[in-house]
Structure formats: structure tokens, C-alpha cells
Ligand binder design. Structure first.
Ligand SMILES: [Fe+2]
Length: 225
């Protein structure tokens, strides 16, 4: 299979996985509705140079941790396509340069856009779909964005809190749907965090952090344990 088809196959497998395994989950119909309008063919693709600027080992570990019993075809598709994808580290892409997002996030994030904006494999002006990775032992500080957001967690557990509330662990196969400007934060334990993510609108607006007094304590605890 050539690289175009390998990449398209990943998008098809995400779509099929959402349709087959998560049809009633909040936000899934919004994502599938957007995907309905996306032409998944080589003619629609933008070809970008494959790129993996950081965290290659972490990415391999994360993919290896995805439960094949639940996500077998998707794991195969990701494994076959990952070296052909254009992965990026967010340093000023989703946050303004002076945002207090923290060094751990800046040093520990990786994503690729499959559908969306002008960097996706398939361009789209009001939709994003891709993968998002965080390195172990870090806090992704509380933040908001105008875009409604779906996470399909491919590995677990990962810690989440909403509106600065109590932490709760989410397992592989869990779905998180964030309404516009809903505050959310994640903490990553021993294993990397790896998810499908999607923004279903307002994709041009940047993220903003929403400060919390306990960031230093949470970050310290994650580093020490
Ligand atoms: Fe988010």
C-alpha cells in the first residue's frame, strides 16, 4: 500500500471505530457528522513531508499500549502509517507565546493533524481530527478553548478533571466530550497519554490556560511518584 492509502486508512479506521464501538457517546455524532462531509481520497490530500520532531520512542510505547482486543484494526493502521505522518510539537501553535502552559507540556507534547485547517492531510476550515500524545509524568494544565472537543482515549489510565474539580481516572476506550470553553486538565502517569482528538468547530481560536493554585503540587507529585 502506498503512503497515501496508508494515511487515508487511518482516518477510515478512526471513523469506523467511532461508528462501530462508540455510537451513543457524547460528541461522537458531531465528529461523524463532520467526517461525512470529508472526501477520503488521494485527490483530496495535501502531501506533507513525514516528520517526527520528538518523542519517537514515547509514541512507539504509546502505540504498543493500545489494547488490540478493542482497537486492533486501528492499531494496525496507525502502526503502518505513523512514519508517513507529519507530527508536530505544540510550541505556540495552540497557545499564545506568553501562556502559562508550563515547561512539562511544552517539552512533552506531540500531535498530528489528519483532517483540518491547512496542515491536515485532508484540509478543512472548521474541523480538526488527529492524534495527541503526552509524555509520562506530566500535568497538562487546566485550559479552555472555544472549540467543542472529543477525545477518544486509546490508552489508560489518565487523570482528568473538569472545572477545577476532583481528579478522576479514565481508561483506554473512554470518551471525553468538552463543551465550548469547558475547563479541563489531564495528568499523565507512568505510561504516555495517547488519544484521537477532534475539534468540531471554532478551530481558529487559540487555547487559554485557566490558572489553579495546585499546579506546582500536582506537577511535583507526578515527578516524584
Ligand atoms: Fe482541550
Amino acid at each position: 500500500m502506498n503512503s497515501d492509502l496508508l494515511i487515508l486508512n487511518v482516518i477510515r479506521e478512526i471513523k469506523s471505530c467511532l461508528e462501530m464501538n462508540f455510537p451513543g457517546e457524547p460528541g461522537v455524532s458531531e465528529v461523524l457528522g463532520k467526517l461525512e462531509g470529508v472526501q477520503l481520497s488521494p485527490e483530496a490530500m495535501i502531501r506533507q513531508e513525514p516528520q517526527l520532531p520528538a518523542h519517537g520512542d514515547v509514541l512507539n510505547t504509546a502505540i504498543g499500549n493500545i489494547p488490540k482486543s478493542r482497537f486492533g484494526p486501528l492499531v494496525e493502521a496507525i502502526t503502518a502509517a505513523k512514519d508517513h505522518l507529519h507530527w508536530r510539537v505544540d510550541r505556540g501553535l495552540f497557545y499564545e507565546g506568553d501562556a502559562d502552559i508550563g515547561k512539562d507540556y511544552l517539552d512533552g507534547n506531540l500531535h498530528c493533524v489528519l483532517v483540518g485547517s491547512d496542515v491536515g492531510v485532508i484540509p478543512h476550515d472548521d474541523f480538526l481530527l488527529g492524534f495527541f500524545l503526552l509524555a509520562p509524568r506530566l500535568l497538562y494544565r487546566d485550559h479552555i478553548h472555544a472549540a467543542p472537543e472529543l477525545y477518544l482515549n486509546l490508552v489508560g489510565p489518565s487523570g482528568w478533571r473538569f472545572e477545577h474539580g476532583e481528579w478522576r481516572d479514565y481508561q483506554a476506550g473512554s470518551v471525553v466530550w468538552n463543551s465550548p470553553n469547558a475547563v479541563h486538565a489531564m495528568r499523565v502517569y507512568d505510561q504516555p497519554f495517547f488519544s484521537v482528538f477532534s475539534w468540531t468547530g471554532d478551530v481558529e481560536q487559540m487555547c487559554e490556560v485557566t490558572p489553579a493554585d495546585d499546579w506546582p503540587a500536582v506537577e511535583q507529585e507526578l515527578r516524584e511518584n
